[in-house]
Design a protein around this ligand. Structure first.
Ligand code: ADP
Ligand code: ZN
Length: 754
């Protein structure tokens, strides 16, 4: 018998174990491998080495196959188990699978979040790594020469020069491809390449003065008690901690974390990326200073090497507390006993590219899977969480007094309709606010000015009476589409002509709104030529550490006025600020988003919490064309309950979240016709496939009709359950073979409708 035949006949008799493996690499590659006889310990979540074409690759075991899944010889064998214990715990594997199904993404995408890039790139035998150290910084002339001849070498020099200790691991400079230019630089005497021990102690060089726990006030003490109880019982019923700004929530977190640690448990703390300031980090590191390396920080500005170290330190159980933004929900904290989600209402918990998961929601799920207690903290809780409290799913703890005994600032709402006629300030700065800023400058106090700017949707607003065009069916502002010169509702698709006059006051002055920070900056510089003014927006903060430097300048009072977008509203504590001005409270209201009012309310309340944190009383001035808007009036009175009640009623009436789940499907293409056609075809299929409880809008150009050269069309869906949306939509998207040149994306529980 020929040998091939022999093999074929023999094969079914050789029963073997197999495993399905996500092979590390740029693209999702899931392949089956055989587990060789005698290789013990391969489990779901294990990291393994496998042969891939003519090289060796690493991967994560997604699932174990049954016996006899493969032909002997047909499957290549796993070469080696990288770690004895599975690297991804069973709970995190479950979480990944659950999230993959809920958000309708391949499970590989979720695993990639759990095993971050630097950890995936780890090679088992790599106990050292290459670090490039700057030796000589060339003068401008030399640098220009290098730049012309070898721009990559110049770029590497600049990166090294910009880094704090003039050294970076090779991975931070671009990995292996950067080795050649680095070698050239070494030869020329500019840098030195060193081998460094990989498992350094990331906290080794920092020291933090230990801080002692504060004596809690009665509200804090009672909140802490409830959290400790949940921790001890392993109760994962979420606790919503609703505490006004300055009520001392952080102190409660610190003492709750202390309790969990003393019980031998691990703690996970999620914060909005933007509030992951050195200030927050130091507060935690100081409190737990007696456990060296006990607090691990994960954030996006970290180099690969740092992230690698912190991840391993958490995984080994050395770091007992992990702090990070939404992606930290996947941190491999051992024996997790407590999860804290600070500023739980914050929109940054939702990832806005695929996989579009919600960090807070996954935290709630993870707590349940791990039997850990979970606290969601905020001064302005999301309506989702408040709704869960009303339904009895979450417990509510409240702290209504400021811990530092400060009064909440006095808030004035300024009606811009009466100011609009004065053209000198272009309707940007009211006389009242201008005087208030002047007064602060004279007294040497500081001012924060907030420009509420979200997206680029343009609404129609009357500068004389404040009227804005709303959809008759959704009660949401309509968006102006220049191409067809129409107002369109982005939830239901209702269209309307642009009225030539204001329907309320009949002026012909009715106009499209919108201006940016740069224009405001110009106006401010004209009004206050002497003031030290700093603008903060996405343009300014692209440079690494820019935001940190700007904020430390402001803290040290090297700046008088800080002008910025939402970025400056969160978690910042500046004692010298006595005035907060909100330039255009309306802009956030006039966007086609069911959460527009909620976000505006939260923003105004949070930003008001920035004023008067020191010994001086604070003042807040809110400029608006819409002084009667509920979001503005309730924020003025610091009335979170009143706002929630009114807004929830409205949401229920309109069937918006939290009373339903919403999803957005977007088709993108460089050619408008293709994007439109794909969306229309998919829409037709969905209408046929979806059950009648699901509402679907007509396909429309997105409010952001074109981004990065791609035309965008979208559909909005509402359903009683998210599963109904993920299962059917992902099936129909996969079935719609729309070819190259167009991408379709599905956003379950969408937070952005742009
Ligand atoms: P929140 O996070 O709720 O906005 P913080 O935790 O930042 O509030 O606390 C506000 C201020 O009150 C901080 O300066 C903090 O040190 C102080 N503080 C908190 N708890 C107490 C307490 N029990 N006694 C005195 N001061 C406190
Ligand atoms: Zn009008």
């Amino acid at each position: 018998m020929p040998s091939a035949m022999q093999e074929l006949f023999a094969a079914p008799l050789v029963r073997q174990l197999t495993a399905r493996i996500l092979v590390d690499g740029m693209n999702d590659m899931v392949l089956d491998y055989a587990i060789p006889d005698g290789m013990a310990g391969v489990e779901r979540g294990s990291r393994v080495e496998v042969p891939l074409r003519n090289r060796t690759a690493t991967g994560t075991v997604l699932a174990m196959g049954g016996q006899g899944d493969g032909w002997s010889g047909a499957l290549r064998p796993i070469l080696r188990l990288v770690n004895d214990e599975p690297v991804v715990s069973a709970v995190l594997m479950d979480l990944a699978e659950w999230a993959a199904r809920y958000y309708a993404v391949p499970v590989e995408q979720m695993i990639r979040c759990i095993v971050p890039e630097p950890v995936r790139q780890e090679r088992h035998d790599e106990k050292t790594r290459k670090v490039v150290v700057l030796q000589n910084w060339p003068d401008d002339d030399q640098l220009n020469k290098i730049n012309r001849r070898a721009p990559r070498q110049a770029a590497i020099l600049r990166l090294l020069h910009a880094s704090a200790d003039k050294r970076e691991p090779l991975t931070a400079l671009g990995g292996t491809p950067a080795l050649t230019p680095c070698r050239a630089l070494e030869k020329a005497g500019y840098v030195r390449i060193e081998e460094e021990q990989v498992h350094r102690d990331p906290a080794g060089s920092e020291t933090f003065a230990p801080s002692t726990p504060l004596q809690l006030n009665p509200e804090q003490a009672s909140a802490l008690n409830s959290i400790r109880e949940a921790c001890d019982k392993g109760s994962s019923r979420p606790i919503l901690l609703q505490g006004v700004t300055g009520s001392g929530k952080t102190e409660v977190y610190l003492q709750a974390a202390r309790h969990a640690i003393s019980q031998g448990k691990g703690v996970l703390i999620l914060v909005p990326e933007i509030s992951l300031t050195p200030q927050t980090m130091a507060r935690f590191k100081s409190r737990f200073a007696e456990i060296p390396g006990g607090v691990a920080i994960l954030h996006s500005a970290m180099s690969d090497g740092e992230r690698f170290d912190e991840w391993h330190s958490i995984h080994r159980g050395k770091a007992r507390i992990a702090i990070g933004p939404r992606s930290a929900v996947f941190a491999p904290v051992q024996n997790l006993g407590l999860i804290i989600v600070d500023e739980e209402h914050d929109a940054s918990y939702k990832q806005e590219n695929t996989p579009r998961y919600h960090g807070r929601d996954l935290a709630v799920l993870r707590a349940r899977m791990e039997g850990a207690a979970i606290v969601l903290g905020s001064a302005t809780p999301s309506l989702e969480s408040l709704h869960n409290v009303h339904q009895g799913k979450y417990a509510l703890l409240r702290m209504d007094k400021r811990a530092d005994g400060q009064r909440l600032p006095l808030t004035r709402v300024l009606d811009m309709r009466t100011e609009a006629k004065d053209k000198r300030n272009l309707g940007i700065l009211s006389e009242r606010l201008r005087m208030a800023i002047d007064e602060r400058l004279n007294k040497g106090e500081q001012t924060i000015l907030l420009l509420n700017r979200r997206g680029f949707a343009r609404a129609l607003q009357c500068p004389e009476c404040g009227y804005t065009a709303h959809c008759e069916y959704c009660a949401l502002p309509m968006t102006y589409h220049a191409t067809e010169n129409r107002l369109v509702c982005h939830i239901c698709g209702y269209r309307q002509v642009v009225p030539p006059r204001c329907p309320e006051c009949h002026t012909q002055n009715i106009a499209l709104e919108g201006y940016g920070t740069q224009k405001v900056e110009a106006v401010l510089r004209r009004c206050f030529p002497e003031a030290r003014l700093q603008r903060v927006d996405a343009d300014v903060t692209t440079r690494k550490n820019a935001l940190r430097d700007i904020l430390s300048d402001f803290r040290a009072h090297r700046t008088d006025i800080l002008l910025g977008t939402q970025m400056i509203s969160k978690g910042l504590d500046f004692p010298g600020v006595t005035l907060v001005g909100v330039l255009n409270a309306d802009l956030g209201l006039n966007i086609p988003d069911p959460r527009a009012a909620e976000r505006t309310f939260q923003l105004l309340t949070q930003v008001a919490g920035r004023a008067g944190r020191g010994d001086l009383d604070g003042e807040v001035i809110i400029q608006t064309y819409n002084p009667q808007a509920a979001a503005i009036q309730f924020a003025r009175r610091h009335d979170t309950d009143g706002f929630a009640e009114t807004e929830l009623e409205l949401r229920q009436m309109m069937n918006f979240p939290p009373f339903c789940h919403m999803a957005v499907i977007t088709a993108k293409s460089e050619q408008e016709g293709i994007a439109c056609l794909a969306m229309e075809t998919l829409h037709r299929h969905l209408v046929a496939a979806l059950p009648p409880q699901v509402q679907i809008s007509t396909p429309l150009p997105a409010p952001l009709a074109k981004t990065y050269g791609q035309f965008r069309y979208q559909c909005t869906l509402k359903a009683p359950s998210a599963r109904m949306l993920s299962d059917i939509c992902s099936r129909e998207i996969a079935a719609l073979n729309c070819g190259e040149g167009v991408t379709l994306s599905l956003d379950i529980d969408a937070y952005s409708f742009m």
